[in-house]
Design a protein around this ligand. Structure first.
Ligand code: UGA
Length: 424
């Protein structure tokens, strides 16, 4: 079993650290945010992720998982250091690597052992791991040797623990065979197929995969508009398409489009990489455009029906960018709420876990309900934004009982048209 340090306790870092501890490794997570580290040391994860808290507590109690703010305490003794720092998108659409550079240099300054393996799990543009290598090297004063491995992450928010134990593949890329073999050994207990490649290919697999998922979503959303005009049912069309195993049913769910901290950012990053390579990736540009148009379709529909939303009370069901997470980054709900308020509507939102995060962004622009019932009470319109189980399972008669004259804009196709038609 290996001594592993994780640099950064965002959702990828924390989930990775907890799961690696759970398969027996000795894990220390390093984060410069003192408040976050104290919260973690008290046994509370700063994010909502199903199963995370229990697994984290178990591994802390069993002595395999620790948290520190000190890079020297974290990195000095580690055999493997994993970089899981965020790479936000900057104003040019590229991934901002300043934090990766800072942490790489910090690692370089802290290294005391020979042959440490530095693993980059953060999503990065092609060529970054080569830079990581030189940033680390620039801070090493001695003749210490180290290796760098690109190891992109494929877990999804809301199912991150499950994905870590049941993923489809683990991708590792490096020019060092020894480093690849050691990582293969480290990941072996997960029993997931491991694909070894070079660094650049590993980096590209990540952004290319996320962009391909985005492409499937925009494809089905663009198709949904055609279905509406042609009197076809997009749910049936995508189901029928997905029955073909060459196409696959995943990511063919039409709706309000993709949000979150990954797909929007990675599609832009791929476009930028195309530009850098002198190969304009117009296909992905269109994926982004379709997604932008998708976000406001429901407001357009509402305006078509009511002409004005002035004075209307709108219940917004769901705030997180997808179910089972409290993450509201690039969530359609935020844009929708702002738009509805701009159109003169009063908005009341309900979400099982994301209200505290939404309040930080929307503040008092809208009001917040503690229950679905409270949100629906006397509402003129309901917008279904996130398909939480709780929201999908709202009995249709509740809309009738609580709303004034119920009009539901179902942005995630939670309800069958046929069952809605049964109501007068
Ligand atoms: C995504 C990828 O799915 C993960 O493989 C990857 O590891 C992760 O990014 C990352 O780069 O860290 P995530 O952003 O957590 O995961 O969420 P997804 O499940 O991909 O959903 C993204 C968005 O697409 C959500 O807003 C969701 O509602 C939307 N979506 C998804 C659809 O509109 N239709 C679908 O059929 C599927």
């Amino acid at each position: 079993m290996k001594k592993i340090a994780i640099a950064g306790t965002g959702y990828v870092g924390l989930v990775t650290g907890v799961c690696l501890a759970d398969i027996g490794h000795d894990v220390i997570c390093v984060d410069r945010d003192q408040h976050k580290v104290s919260t973690l040391n008290n046994g509370y994860p700063p994010i909502y992720e199903p199963g995370l808290n229990e697994l984290m507590l178990k591994n802390m109690e069993e002595g395999r998982l620790r948290f520190t703010t000190s890079p020297s305490v974290g990195f000095e003794d580690a055999e493997v250091i994993m970089i899981t720092i965020g790479t936000p998108q900057n104003e040019h659409g590229t991934l901002d690597l300043q934090y990766i550079e800072q942490i790489s240099k910090e690692i370089g300054r802290s290294l005391k052992r020979n042959n440490v393996i530095i693993v980059t799990k953060s999503t990065v543009p092609v060529g970054t791991n080569a830079k990581v290598k030189s940033w680390i090297q620039s801070e090493i004063q001695t003749s210490l040797k180290f290796q760098v491995v690109a190891n992109p992450e494929f877990i999804s928010q809301g199912s991150a623990i499950y994905d870590t134990f049941h993923g489809d593949r683990i991708i590792i890329g490096s020019d060092s065979k020894e480093a690849l073999n050691l990582l293969e050994e480290l990941y072996q207990p997960f029993g997931i197929p491991i694909f070894k490649t070079d660094m650049n290919s590993a980096e590209l697999i990540k952004v290319a995969s996320n962009s391909f998922l985005a492409l499937k979503i925009s494809y089905v959303n663009a198709l949904a508009s055609i279905c509406e005009q042609m009197g076809a049912n997009i749910e049936d069309v995508s189901f029928g398409m997905g029955m073909d195993s060459r196409i696959g049913s995943a990511f063919l769910k039409a709706g309000l489009g993709f949000g979150g901290s990954c797909l929007p950012k990675d599609t832009h990053a791929l476009v930028q990489m195309g530009n850098d390579a002198g190969e304009a990736f117009n296909l992905i540009k269109e994926v982004i455009e379709v997604n932008k148009r998708q976000e406001l379709k429901l407001v357009e529909k509402a305006l078509n029906r009511f002409h004005s939303l002035h004075g209307k009370k709108v219940a917004l069901l769901g705030l997180s960018f997808k179910p089972n997470t409290d993450d509201i980054r690039e969530a359609v709900s935020i844009k929708l709420a702002r738009h509805l308020v701009h159109e003169g509507a009063t908005v009341i939102a309900y979400d099982p876990v994301s209200i505290p995060n939404a309040k930080k962004v929307l503040g008092e622009l809208i009001s917040y309900a503690e229950t679905v019932e409270q949100a629906l009470m006397n509402a003129d319109l309901t917008f279904i934004v996130t398909e939480w189980d709780e929201i999908k399972n709202v009995p249709l008669n509740l809309f009738h009982e609580l709303m004034k004259d119920p009009v539901i804009f179902d942005g995630r196709n939670c309800f069958q048209l046929e069952s809605i038609k049964k109501f007068p």
